[in-house]
Design a protein around this ligand. Structure first.
Ligand SMILES: [Fe+2]
Length: 212
């Protein structure tokens, strides 16, 4: 079990890439909580179904509808516009992982209605296992490529696009409540939680030098 996803150190990152790293840390914390609860079920503890339905909600809203969408709808198109090939293995792998995540989450949702505790714990535990590798691949592959390729980009425009995705995914105040949900899941499982800073330093407006 890992505490925090790897992040290349000592390089000045644009804030929009830092946001993606931070979100991966939030997701990674929740994956650790899911993995621990999964092990507990296989060790014979009673399943707290509320934990599992809240975990599925977090994964769907924060990971799938928000974080992955920022990569799919904003980051990857920006990389392709700047010449990265659509068949680059990092792009192909990221998109394939996201599709796999949708299938796995759908299965978990289904089992929450029809499955037994061990099948739910199995589905949740394997999601955590597979997606931890996905986060590592992004941290060590996709984001460093983005940092190099998009260094001259207007970062505030990227952040504004991220913010629009968040509003669509969970409304104006939903982001904070989703992060609180992630923290609560970690507290329940007694796992360290890695939070994140605000999306925009000025709390919604653009920072200095903004041209959007
Ligand atoms: Fe992703």
């Amino acid at each position: 079990m890992q505490n925090q996803t790897d992040q290349p150190a000592a390089v000045q990152q644009p804030r929009f890439i830092e946001v993606l790293f931070e979100e991966n840390n939030v997701i990674s914390s929740v994956l650790n909580a899911i993995e621990k609860e999964s092990i507990n079920v296989f060790d014979g503890e009673d399943m707290e179904i509320d934990f599992w339905s809240s975990a599925a909600t977090f994964l769907e809203k924060f990971a799938q509808n928000c974080h992955h969408k920022k990569e799919e709808a904003v980051l990857i198109p920006a990389l392709l516009e700047r010449g990265l090939a659509a068949d680059n293995s990092v792009i192909v792998g990221t998109r394939a992982d996201h599709k796999d995540g949708i299938v796995r989450l759908h299965k978990l949702r289904e089992l929450l209605t029809t499955g037994n505790p061990r099948s739910i714990a199995q589905a949740g535990g394997s999601y955590a296992f597979v997606f931890r590798e996905h986060l590592q691949r992004e941290n060590m592959g996709l984001y460093p490529i983005a940092q190099e390729t998009l260094s001259n980009l207007n970062g505030n425009k990227m952040l504004k696009s991220f913010q629009a995705i968040e509003r669509e995914a969970f409304g104006t105040d939903g982001r904070d409540s989703l992060i609180r949900l992630g923290k609560m899941l970690c507290q329940k499982a007694r796992i360290d939680f890695y939070g994140m800073k605000s999306l925009l330093p000025s709390g919604g407006g653009c920072g200095e030098g903004c041209s959007c």
